[in-house]
Every structure is written in structure tokens, then in C-alpha cells.
Design a protein around this ligand. Sequence first.
Ligand code: FAD
Length: 558
Amino acid sequence: MSEGILVICESADGKVKKTALELLGKANDLSKVLGGSVSALLVGDGDAEGLGAYGATKVFQVSGDARNVALLTRAAQKAIEEASPSVVLGGASALGRDVFARLSARLKAGLGAEITEMRVEEGTLVAIRPQFSGKVFSEVKISTEHKLFTVRPGSFAMPAKGDARAEVVQLSVVEEDSDTRLTIVEVIQSEAEVVDLTEADRIVSGGRSVKSKEKFDALIRPLAQALGATAGASRAAVDAHYAEHSEQVGQTGKVVSPALYIACGISGAIQHLAGMNTSRVIVSINKDVNAPIFKHSTYGIVADMFEVVPVLTKALNGGEIPVVNMSKAEVTATSPAATASQKSAEVVVEATKSPVKGSVTEAKKPVKKMSLKERLAAKRAASKSESAKPTEVQKSVSKVSKPVKSSPPTPSSVQQSSAAPVAGTVISVDVEGLRAEVAELKQLVHSLQGAIASSEKNLTADLKKYVKSTEDALKKDFQRGEKNARSFQEGATKNIEGIERSVTSEVRRIREKTREAMANEGAESRAAIFSLKGSASASIVLNILTLIVLIGMWMTTC
Ligand SMILES: Cc1cc2nc3c(=O)[nH]c(=O)nc-3n(C[C@H](O)[C@H](O)[C@H](O)COP(=O)(O)OP(=O)(O)OC[C@H]3O[C@@H](n4cnc5c(N)ncnc54)[C@H](O)[C@@H]3O)c2cc1C
């Protein structure tokens, strides 16, 4: 029966990739529950024994080119035959995806791809796989003898390095004809890529709005460099040739899961999110408060990146971040280069990348303590003056929105993500000043509450007055309307009565006339009828006489 976990370790130029070490750490945790030991496969000349420091008890080593897919697959097959592991883990890199798909087909073994989490539930290994750009998380349980998983880089924490050494077993692999179909002719290392994106712990990405390659190089890359991060880009930026294709993050680019992902001027299209949504801390800088990326960000900065990014870069490179701190009565200057304008009473907190290079020292000369009112007035005056650089920064900083990501970063992620940018940040805190500030603010709040209450009272009185006067005006209008309607009605009634009267008398007159006419008509008709009757009887008599004459004539002839 198969038991234990085998980790397929990727390496390049003899150096084992970070993801492989993360997987060894996780394999160790899992093996404590699942049982069995942790073994590893290493192709090439890397330090196989040294993998013991990360939890591998046995390392199978195969000589050859670690980037050769065919060789790596054969080597993995051989190592699986030797170790008969229940679980085989590898990175979800381009190479890992290729090798594991082949292994799955050859061994008829179930494969869980692009895994981001693994746990043991009632003795069964359950892997979590994000789907639909991280909108759905499915549980993957595999029932075949060998269970294969590719895991997204950065999903698991780096294990602490121990001092154990692993047993190394050299394996020889027989390549078949089909394996030689593919040969690596040359490997050209991307100039831009400092650390492989999928391996990077921190990534700074730029989008279409960076506007040109020159600006990408002047804005995004320096921030990445200052953070010890790798530069990434959206597809829109890559298509516009601001960045290289190897730097594209997303569905058709690289899928990354760093501890810190800074998205500059990236809208957060679903295809981009598919590549970076599982990053532990996401910081987005976007002008548009409604940009979709903010819904997926741990921190959002609504601002122009052309203003914010240079300030961040400068600060991370040991420059100064002027932040408004109205309680501070002293100027804290870190570097000799502190300018006169930065010595204003408002510029007090400074960040340096390394405390050694630019340590914080308190300025000797105390600045006169101002009241809150005075400071507010000074701030207003300062913001009016054009040269007030702190104001510009203050705007950027004050626009940082609240964290919106639902799951807060784990302590380890916080450690990883925050360590670099703020390592060495020294902030001088004036506790007494802060207390005075709080007291002053409390007083201000109290007086504001009083002002609000009295304006509320005035407002209520005004409102009542307004309602009353409106009511009166409406009443008057109504009465006037009613009067008008009544007089109109009276006038109309009178008119109608007059019309009715005249119509009635007219009807009566017409009736009389008609009757009269009819009477005349009747007499004339009767006379006509009588005359008609007379003429009719005369013609009948005449006709009878004619008939008698005719009959007499007929009888005489007969
Ligand atoms: C099949 C397919 C696959 C794809 N694969 C990928 C992929 O792998 N990766 C990928 O990224 N995309 C991919 N896309 C493209 C994707 O749909 C988006 O078009 C792309 O991600 C947009 O890039 P963008 O955010 O840089 O640009 P836009 O969507 O144009 O967004 C620019 C953003 O910058 C902001 N902005 C403008 N000026 C400033 C400023 N001065 N300061 C701060 N913010 C500013 C704007 O408010 C806006 O939100 C794919 C698309 C398809 C159809």
C-alpha cells in the first residue's frame, strides 16, 4: 500500500525553487497526520542533501536538465515507483502543470490542479481549489492510489530551515524515443524579471493607465526595486508593450500568490483577478473609487498613482514621507538633506528603509507649540501655498480607504508583507503631545456638540415658522380660490337661466308657428281633395255612359 509524500522539486541553475521548499514544509505537516515519510525528487545538480533541512528524509536525484519536461516526467515516474507515495506534490508552474498532466495520464492517477490549501479531515486529504477566478472554492478528494496535486506558488509558508541532511538516492532514467522529440536549444533569461513572478514574495504591477514603457520603467519598476519585489503587468499593459509578456499576471499570464501584491492603475478585470486574487495582501492604487479591484483589496488608495508611487518609492529608498501630525511640536529630521520646507511643524514622521543608512534623530531646535486653531489655520495657509509638497502627500495618504478584503492577512503574511517596506521605519512618538492633542480634540468635539445642539434648536424653530407661514399662505390661496369659484358659479347659473328662458320662448314661438302653418296646410289640402274628388266622379260617369253606348252599338250589330 502506498504511503508518504513525494515532492517534485523544480530547480533552475542548480537552485531549488522556493515553491518546492514551501511544499516540503507542508508535506511535513501533512505527514504528521497522514503518516509516512517525506521524500523529494531533484533533477540536476542542486544540493539534494540540503533538502533535509526543509523536511525531506530521502531525496531521489536524477542527472540532466531540470527544465526538460520529458526527463522530469520520467524521473518522477521512477521516483514514484521507488517510494510508492500516497501523495505527490508539485508546483503549479508551467513546468509543473506539464509534468503532472503527463504523470496523471501515465499512472491513471487523480490530479488536483492549482491547489491553494490542504488539510486532513477524518484521515482523508482534502485539497482546496479556487475556481471561476476565485469566486468558488471546491474541495478535491482523490481516491486513486497515488494522489497528485499541483500547488500554486506562495500558498504555503516557507518552513524554518533545520540542520538535518537528507539521504540521497541516485536514480538513472531511461529516456524513450518520444522523450527526445523535445530538446531545449537555449534558455533566454528575461532581463526584466529579477525573480520569477510565480516565485516572487512581493509583486508591483502596472496597468494600461501607466501610459508608456518609459513611464512603466520610471514608475513601476523603481517601486518594485525599492520593495525587493518583481514587476508585473496587466494584459493591457503587456499588449501596449509597456512590459514583457513574461510579466503578465492573469488568466492568460502567470498565476501568482505573493505575500504582497500592489496593483497600480489596474481596474481589476476578472481575467486579471484570476491571476492574483489569492495574494495574501493586496494593495490597490486607483483614481476611480468604483474600480472593481478595490473589492478584492486588503488596502485601497484612491489616488493618482503618478502622485503616490514616486512618494512611496522615495520613502522606501530612505527618503522621507511627510505625514501630517498636528500634535507634534517638534520637527523630526532623519537625513541631512531635510529641506527647509520639510521642517514645517506638520512634517514629522519619517520612514527609512534602513535605520543604519538614515537613522532618525530628534531635531535640537524645538518649535513653538501652537494651539489646534492656530495649527489648523497654519495648515490651511500651507495648503494654499503652491510649493507645499507635504500637502500633496497628505492628500494621497488621507485618501487611503479602509481595508475591504474580507479575510485579514494571517500573522505570517503580515510579517512577510510588511517586513520589507517598513523595516527600519522609525517613528518618534510624543506621548504627552498626543495626550494634549486628545484633550484638545475632546474639547473641540464638546464645543462642536454644543454648536450642533443650538443649530438644531434654531433649525427646529425656523422650520416651525416656515411651516406656519406656508400653511397660512396656502389657506389664503384656498379661500381666494373658493370665492372665485363661487362667483363664477353664480355668474354661470345666471347665464344658463337666461339662455334657458330665451330657448323656451323661442321653442314656444316655433311651436305656434308650426301649428298655424299646419292649420293652413290642412285647409288647403282638404279643398284640393274635394276638387280632386269632383273631377274623379265626373270622369267615372262619363266612362259609364261611354260603356253603355258601346254595349248598345254591339247589341245592334249582333
Ligand atoms: C480571454 C481573455 C484573457 C485575458 N487575460 C488577461 C490576463 O491574463 N491578464 C490581464 O490583466 N488581463 C487579461 N485580459 C484583459 C482584461 O479583460 C482587461 O482588459 C485588462 O486586465 C485591463 O487592464 P488594465 O486594468 O490595466 O486596464 P483598464 O481596464 O483600462 O484599467 C485602467 C485602470 O486605471 C485607472 N487609472 C487611470 N489613470 C490612473 C491614474 N493616473 N492613477 C491611478 N489609476 C488610474 C482607471 O481608473 C482604471 O481602473 C484578458 C481578456 C480576455 C478576453
